[in-house]
Ligand binder design. Structure first.
Ligand SMILES: [Zn+2]
Length: 271
C-alpha cells in the first residue's frame, strides 16, 4: 500500500539521500511510465540538482534547481529502491534516476506515473486536492466542515482525495477503528463527538504509522530495517476472523462503497 505514511517515509528518505545532489542521468526503461522526449530529459533533467522532495497527497515531487518538478505517483505495488550497479533490486525498474554512483530504481510504475512539470502544471493537476491531515490550519472545525455537504459513507469520504488528501483504504479502516465508528456509517447522521474522535484518530494513526516505518512491503535500501515496521501493528486491516484488540469480538470484512473494509461490529458504532 502507498498512503500518506508510506509516502512520507519515502519523502524523508529521498530528501536525506538526494537533496542537493545532481541528477547525472535518467533511464526510461518503459516509455509509457514517463512520456517525455529524450531532448527534454537532456535539457530539463540531466545535470540538474534536486532542491528538495515534497509530498502532496499521494504524490512525491522532486523540486529541481531549474524550477521544474518531477512528479511521481506511486501505484499500488510500486516501490523505490536506492542502490547502485552492484546493488540492484530483484524486480526490473521502469525508471532509473542516477546520481553519480547511486541510483534510484522506480519499480512497479504504470502509465504516466512520472511526469516532468512546471510549477503551473503541478497546480493544475494537484490544485483540487484537499488539505493534508497535518496542515496547521486544519482545525477540528475546519476538518468537520470539509465533510459537511457529503452524503455517502464515512469510508468513501475519508478516501476522497478532494476532501482530505493522503488517506487510502487501509488507513481509513484503521482510523475508523480507532475512533470507534463503522466505515459504512452514513455521513449525515454522524454526531459531532464522533467527528472530534475521527479528527484525533486521523492524526494519531497516521503519526504512529510514520514513526513505526509505515506498511511498505519492500525495503528502500539494503540496510533499511525500518520500512514495513507498522505491518505488525494493524488493528483491523487484513485481520478478518481474528479477534478485536479492544473488545475481543471477531473482526469481519465487509463491502463499503465498492471497497472492502475491515471492522469490529461490536465496538464500532454507526453514529
Ligand atoms: Zn471490538
Amino acid at each position: 500500500m502507498q498512503e500518506l505514511p508510506e509516502l512520507d517515509i519515502y519523502r524523508a528518505l529521498l530528501a536525506e539521500q538526494f537533496a542537493g545532489v545532481r541528477i547525472t542521468g535518467i533511464e526510461v526503461k518503459n516509455s509509457k511510465t514517463f512520456q517525455v522526449s529524450p531532448e527534454r530529459l537532456e535539457h530539463d533533467v540531466a545535470g540538474k540538482a534536486v532542491w528538495f522532495v515534497e509530498r502532496r497527497g499521494k504524490q512525491l515531487l522532486f523540486h529541481l534547481d531549474n524550477g521544474k518538478r518531477l512528479m511521481l505517483h506511486m501505484a499500488q505495488g510500486a516501490y523505490l529502491y536506492k542502490g547502485s550497479d552492484v546493488d540492484q533490486p530483484k524486480r526490473p525498474a521502469q525508471l532509473i534516476i542516477r546520481f553519480s554512483d547511486q541510483a534510484l530504481y522506480c519499480i512497479g510504475l504504470r502509465a504516466d506515473d512520472m511526469q516532468l512539470l512546471s510549477v503551473k502544471e503541478v497546480e493544475e493537476k494537484l490544485g483540487r486536492l484537499g488539505p493534508d491531515p497535518f496542515e496547521k490550519w486544519l482545525t477540528v472545525d475546519r476538518f468537520i466542515d470539509r465533510f459537511a455537504k457529503k452524503r455517502g459513507t464515512l469510508k468513501a469520504a475519508l478516501i476522497d482525495q478532494n476532501i482530505i488528501s493522503g488517506i487510502g483504504s487501509v488507513y481509513a479502516d484503521e482510523i475508523c477503528f480507532d475512533a470507534e465508528v463503522r466505515p459504512d456509517a452514513k455521513i449525515p447522521v454522524l454526531e459531532r463527538e464522533t467527528w472530534e474522535r475521527l479528527y484525533v484518530s486521523t492524526h494519531k494513526v497516521l503519526k504512529e504509522a510514520i514513526s513505526k516505518g509505515g506498511a511498505g512491503e519492500q525495503p528502500f535500501a539494503e540496510d533499511d530495517s525500518l520500512t514495513g515496521g507498522y505491518l505488525a501493528h494493524f488493528k483491523v486491516y487484513n485481520r478478518e476472523g481474528q479477534s478485536c484488540p479492544r473488545c475481543g469480538a471477531t473482526i469481519v470484512r465487509m463491502d463499503v462503497s465498492t471497497r472492502k473494509a475491515y471492522v469490529c461490529l461490536s465496538c464500532q458504532k454507526d453514529q
